[in-house]
Write a protein that binds this ligand. Structure first.
Ligand code: G3H
Ligand code: 13P
Ligand code: ZN
Length: 311
C-alpha cells in the first residue's frame, strides 16, 4: 500500500470514536520506534514533519525513510507537514509527495488566515492532498491569569463554520487548553481542557475531523530518568491521558505528539550513556532510545488513541 491521505483514516476514526496518532519524526530511529509500535498493534499512523525537521534532516531523507516504513509495515501511513509556515513550504511538500499538509495561519488576522489557507487548499486539492487548518492559538499557561486574554486564545466556535466552508479545509486544529512542549500547566495547577468548546464545535460541524495539538502526556518516570542521569527538567506536566481518551471519543480524530517522544529518547540515551561510559557505538545507545519510543507509542495506541486493529 502506498502512502495514504488522512481522509479515510479520519472518517473511520470519527465513526469509531477513536483518534489516529500523529507523531513528529526527525530521524530513522524515531520513525522505526513509532512504526514498529503501529505494526505491533495493526494501527494506522500519521508521521509528521515540521519545518525544523525538514531543516535538520532534509525532506528527501525523511520522505525516503517514511516510504521505507510504508513498505516494511504495509500499514496505512500518511506523511504530513506539521505547522506549515507559508504557501511555499506547503507547495514544496505537496510537490514532493506528502499526502497531507497543515497551513498554520492561526497567528494571522482571521481574514488573512482564511485567504492563506484557501490558497493552500486550492493547490493541495488539485494534487490529491488534504489540508489541516488552525483556528485559535494554543493557550500557554501564562494566559490563565487573565480570563479575557485566555479566552481570546481559545478557538471561537462561532468562527468554525465560516472558516471551514470558506477555506475548504479537510480538518481543523483547535485550541482548548493544550499547549506545545513539556510544561503545559503550572506545578500544582489542575490540568483542564475546554471540552465545552470541543462539544460546541462538534455540534456546529457534525462529522468533521478535529485535531488536537500539544497533546503529550509527559511520562513522569521518563522525567525522573532524565533527572536521575544528569538532566534538568523541572516539574513538567502534560495532558492527562483520560482527557485525551475523552477527546478521542468525541470529534478529535488526530492527536499530535512530539514532546513525549523527545523525552523518552533523551531519558533512554542519558541512562545508557551514564551506565556505559566507554561506549562509543551509536547503535548501542540508539537502540534503547528506539525501544523506549516504541513503548511510548504502543502505550498511546492502546490506552489513549484507541486505534489498535483499525489499520
Ligand atoms: O508543534 C511543534 C512540533 O513539536 C515540532 O517542533 O518545530 O521543534 O520540530 P519543532
Ligand atoms: P507536544 O509538544 O505536546 O508533543 O505537541 C506536539 C504538536 O502539537 C506537534 O504539532
Ligand atoms: Zn502543534
Amino acid at each position: 500500500m502506498p502512502l495514504v491521505t488522512t481522509k479515510e483514516m479520519f472518517q473511520k476514526a470519527y465513526e469509531g470514536g477513536y483518534a489516529v496518532g500523529a507523531f513528529n519524526v526527525n530521524n530513522m530511529e524515531i520513525i522505526q520506534g513509532i512504526t514498529r509500535a503501529a505494526k505491533k498493534h495493526n494501527a494506522p499512523v500519521i508521521l509528521q514533519v515540521s519545518a525544523g525537521a525538514i531543516k535538520y534532516a532534509g525532506p528527501e531523507y525523511l520522505k525516503a525513510m517514511v516510504n521505507a516504513a510504508v513498505e516494511e509495515t504495509g500499514l496505512p501511513i500518511a506523511l504530513h507537514l506539521d505547522h506549515g509556515p507559508d504557501f511555499e513550504t506547503c507547495k514544496e511538500c505537496i510537490d514532493m509527495g506528502f499526502t497531507s499538509v497543515m497551513i498554520d495561519g492561526s497567528h494571522l488576522p482571521y481574514e488573512e488566515n482564511i485567504e492563506l489557507t484557501k490558497k493552500v487548499v486550492d493547490y493541495a486539492h488539485a494534487h490529491g492532498v488534504v489540508v489541516e487548518g488552525e483556528l485559535g492559538q494554543l493557550a500557554g499557561v501564562e494566559d490563565d491569569v487573565n480570563v479575557s486574554e485566555e479566552d481570546a486564545s481559545y478557538t471561537k466556535p462561532e468562527q468554525v463554520y465560516d472558516f471551514v466552508t470558506k477555506t475548504g479545509v479537510d480538518s481543523l486544529a483547535i485550541a482548548i487548553g493544550t499547549s506545545h512542549g513539556a510544561y503545559k500547566f503550572k506545578p500544582g495547577q489542575k490540568p483542564q481542557l475546554r471540552f465545552d468548546i470541543l462539544a460546541e464545535i462538534q455540534e456546529i460541524l457534525p462529522g468533521f475531523p478535529i485535531v488536537l495539538h500539544g497533546a503529550s502526556s509527559v511520562n513522569q518516570d521518563h522525567i525522573k530518568m532524565i533527572n536521575e542521569y544528569g538532566g534538568e527538567m523541572p516539574d513538567a506536566i502534560g495532558i492527562p491521558e483520560d482527557m485525551l481518551r475523552q477527546a478521542s471519543s468525541m470529534a478529535v480524530c488526530k492527536i499530535n505528539v512530539d514532546s513525549d517522544i523527545r523525552i523518552a529518547m533523551t531519558a533512554a540515551l542519558r541512562k545508557h550513556l551514564s551506565g556505559n561510559a566507554k561506549d562509543f557505538d551509536p547503535r548501542k545507545y540508539l537502540t534503547p532510545a528506539r525501544v523506549l519510543i516504541e513503548e511510548v507509542v504502543s502505550h498511546k495506541i492502546e490506552t489513549v488513541l484507541g486505534c489498535a486493529d483499525r489499520a
